[in-house]
Structure formats: C-alpha cells, structure tokens
Design a protein around this ligand. Sequence first.
Ligand SMILES: NC(=O)c1ccc[n+]([C@@H]2O[C@H](COP(=O)([O-])OP(=O)(O)OC[C@H]3O[C@@H](n4cnc5c(N)ncnc54)[C@H](OP(=O)(O)O)[C@@H]3O)[C@@H](O)[C@H]2O)c1
Length: 300
Amino acid sequence: MQKISLAKNLSFSRIIHGLWRLDEWKQPKEETLQLIQFCLDNGITTFDHADIYGSYTCEKLFGDALSLQPSLRSHMQLVTKCGIILPSAQRPQNATHHYNTSKEHILFSVEQSLKNFRTDYIDLLLIHRPDPFMDPAEVAEAFQELHSAGKVLHFGVSNFKQDHFEMLASYVKQPLVTNQLELSAYQLENFQDGTLQLCMKHRIAPMAWSPLSGGDIFASNEEKAVRLRHTLTKVQEEIGANGMDEVLYAWLLVHPANIMPIVGSGKRQRIQAAIRATELSLTRDQWFAILHASMGHDVP
Ligand SMILES: NC(=O)c1ccc[n+]([C@@H]2O[C@H](COP(=O)([O-])OP(=O)(O)OC[C@H]3O[C@@H](n4cnc5c(N)ncnc54)[C@H](OP(=O)(O)O)[C@@H]3O)[C@@H](O)[C@H]2O)c1
C-alpha cells in the first residue's frame, strides 16, 4: 500500500478507512477489532473519525475494540474532527445544531476523543467545517496548547474553501496538513470551484470523503447516476476492473492531487475493492469520459 507523506513524521495509507457508519453496523467489539486488524493487515493504517459520528458514539466503539489489543495503537494513525455541535442524547447540553471552534470547545472535544479512543495522542485533528463565527486566534491558541501537551501531533481542516483555509493557515503556528473534502465522480463541486486546486497550491494531499457518494451512485434513478453507471460499466470492462466501485476509486486515485479516498463500508470485499483500485490506471480519455457522464455534457 502506497504511503502519502503529509508532514515530517506523518504518513497516511493511500486508502483510509472511515468510521462514520460504525454504529450502524451493530457489531460486537470483537468484530470491530477484526475489522481493524483486517485493515492493518492490508496496509490501511489510517482511520478517520469525528467526535459527532454515530451521535457521539463511534469513537468509543472503536476505542472499546482497540482496548482488546492496545498494541495496535502504535501501528495506526487516528484522525478525528471537532467543531460541529449536534443535539444528542449523549450531550444533553447541546440545544441546537451549530458550530463551535472556540478554544474551550476544541480542548474539551479533544479530551473526550482521547478518552473514547483510550489513547494519549491523536495523530491528526481536523476542524470539521468552516465556522462563520470562528476566531482564528482562539483556534491557534487551542492548537498550540494541544501540540505542546503532545495530545495532538498534527492539524488540518475539512470542507474548507480557499478563504477560510488561507485565513486559518495565517493564524496557526502548525501547518494545516490536509483538507478533507467531498470528492467523487458524482459530486464534482470541489473539482470545479478551485478547492482541489487550493490543496495543490499548498502542496497538501486531500482526503476524499464519500468517494462513492455514500452509495447514491449505485442506487439513484437520477439521470446523472444512470449516465455515470453506463460509462463506469464501459470503463470497467475496458480496464478489467471487478466493479464500478473500483473505477470510481481509480478515478480519484489517478488524479495528480494525491487524493486519499476514505472507504465508508465495513464490508471486507468493499474495502478490498478500494485496495485493488490502487493498481488500476485510466487513460486521460477514460477519465474525461467519466467526467462528461457526471456533468451531462462535454467540456467546453
Ligand atoms: N469530513 C466530512 O464532512 C465527512 C462527511 C462524510 C463522511 N466523511 C468520512 O468519509 C468516510 C466515507 O464516507 P461514506 O461512508 O459516505 O463513503 P462511501 O464509500 O462513499 O459510501 C459508503 C456507503 O456506500 C455503500 N456502498 C459502498 N460500496 C457499494 C457498492 N459497491 N454498492 C452499493 N453500495 C455501496 C456502503 O454500503 P455498505 O455499508 O453496505 O457497504 C455505504 O452505505 C466516512 O466514514 C467518514 O469517515 C467525512
């Protein structure tokens, strides 16, 4: 498995595993441990979380599994996020859905994450979404405090457009090592509005969330999905891939931006599809055929 270097002392596996849906899998911790072990055995060493996943439950489900074999911690990179506040039974104090990137909240959220994972450090902390009420000086103070205490080793953002990214980067002392973005052949916004190019400008490799559009591409009867499935099937046959999912991953992986797709499924065969895609190549013609199918028209 290829490694992507994000910073000195921080490398991610090219394919990342995402735990947003972990609570939906309703599996005992022994099975979650087996899943973690499966990923590690196959070279997937980076695991993506957020404080809010599973309504504030997924980090703990993962940490409970990890506690069965704590030695695995040193073989993985744990990514988590903070900054979104969700009303939840787990957090009765959260009255409304909003963002909070205050120093107090960032420090609080990291303490919870450390407790949930039963670890004493997070490899990478992301600010989950750009907060219109953000005081970047406070974020900088929080990052500094967490970094000095060794609780968070690296920092980044998610869903940040250029203005928010460059504004925060100008305040924080630590480099923003990635921007986690929605990137897929189905959702082209970040390809088209300059956000992917922002990452390339700053020489940072983006993490791609919902690389299969959360499964919509396979299920939707919208014209765009139907068009895409037709082209993906054609390309799949041309390159000898096993499924449309492999082609969708390959479409991201061959892009020069060093995109790191986050697999959202807990099923072994679907994780293996992402791994196999790292061996595939697409011609420029095939890449554009998929782009055209998604846009519904040719490039100008
Ligand atoms: N930063 C952010 O704002 C943000 C937002 C969303 C997600 N994320 C991160 O990104 C990760 C991935 O997101 P995601 O779960 O939406 O990724 P995804 O891989 O695009 O979607 C996963 C969904 O697609 C289904 N699926 C996968 N392969 C399929 C196939 N061949 N046929 C039919 N359905 C298929 C899965 O079903 P099965 O479970 O049945 O396989 C699952 O429901 C998350 O875990 C999280 O870590 C970040």
